[in-house]
Design a protein around this ligand. Structure first.
Ligand SMILES: [Zn+2]
Length: 308
């Protein structure tokens, strides 16, 4: 009897969880990017290049195609310094695409005694782990939508990397097919709405959140942005795609009323709530898996502005 029960439990868990992204995998991605060796991943540093190379290697493991040319790493220059955005594509049954993005740069180090490294575990290694986790999840699946995976550089100095990528004419064939962009920004801590919950910036401008909630797996819930006064919709990388009239929102869990780690040296592995982060990533993956052109064609209403 014991053996039978053991078999049933094992078989059950294999069926339920075999395709899930593990907490260990997510922790590995976040801790690699947030390690002291990465020295805060500031744009223009060798460690920033190293972070881009790491992400490109993960794209390769997931058999993504290049967005164009012969590399995932797409160079750009800002004030005489060179850096890279990282872009990969997975073909689906339709060329219509969903895009997933996060920024991998952070703010470097300071000159003070003691811990002087801005590890940026939450901001935004957690978002990059979400993007790579989604690539992991869909590696061997054939989806209806094609998928674009982007890691932006130079967000912290003014959304520079995402602008360079959005303005890159070589990418027009990719961007012209994007129906919605999910920009993941700081998901390592529990939201003010509790676990398995996120908020979305610019919820008042489109039906993106309603459509996600209608298809949400395992109780995942997208809440409206509770920090309206901060105009986060216009202050994150998504905005460079809004200018192209692409549906593009940022998704986050950060509790702006309570967070003490924002741009602090304490934004390190100690604040990462890995169970909740992993659960959210898996539930987004399972939600996205259900989406197709029939049930997901989000549109902007006339409140949104494209000229800013
Ligand atoms: Zn950020």
């Amino acid at each position: 009897m014991k053996k039978i029960i053991f078999f049933i439990l094992t078989a059950g868990s294999v069926c339920t969880y075999a395709q899930d992204i593990s907490k260990e995998r997510i922790l590995d991605i976040v801790s690699t990017l947030a390690s002291d060796e990465m020295k805060g991943r500031k744009f223009g540093t060798p460690e920033n290049d190293k972070a881009a190379e790491y992400i490109a290697a993960e794209y390769k493991k997931n058999n993504l195609e290049y967005c164009y040319g012969d590399s995932y790493m797409i160079p750009f220059e800002y004030k005489g310094q060179k850096g890279y955005n990282v872009c990969g594509v997975k073909k689906g049954k339709s060329p219509e695409s969903l895009a997933f993005s996060a920024h991998f740069d952070h703010i470097g180090t300071n000159q003070k005694e003691g811990d002087n490294i801005y590890n940026g575990a939450d901001d935004d290694a957690s978002g990059v782990a979400t993007v790579i986790g989604l690539a992991d999840y869909f590696k061997d699946k054939k989806t209806d939508f094609s998928m674009v995976f982007m890691a932006f550089n130079a967000e912290e100095i003014g959304l520079i990397g995402s602008k360079a990528l959005a303005d890159n004419q070589n990418l027009n064939p990719v961007f012209n097919n994007i129906r919605a962009l999910f920009n993941f920004e700081m998901l390592a801590t529990e939201s003010q709405f509790g676990k398995n919950a996120v908020f979305m910036t610019g919820d008042e401008f489109s039906d993106f959140d309603e459509l996600i909630n209608a298809n949400a797996a395992n109780g995942l819930k997208v809440y409206p942005d509770p920090y309206q006064g901060q105009h986060l919709f216009y202050r994150s990388d998504n905005v460079n795609f809004v200018k192209k009239k692409i549906i593009a929102h940022s998704i986050s869990t950060v509790d702006m009323n309570k967070a003490t780690h924002y741009h602090g040296v304490n934004d390190d592995m100690s604040i990462v709530e890995a169970d909740n982060l992993t659960n959210i990533i898996n539930n987004f993956a399972k939600t996205i898996e259900k989406l197709n052109a029939g049930n997901f064609q989000p549109k902007y209403n006339d409140k949104v502005r494209y000229d800013f």
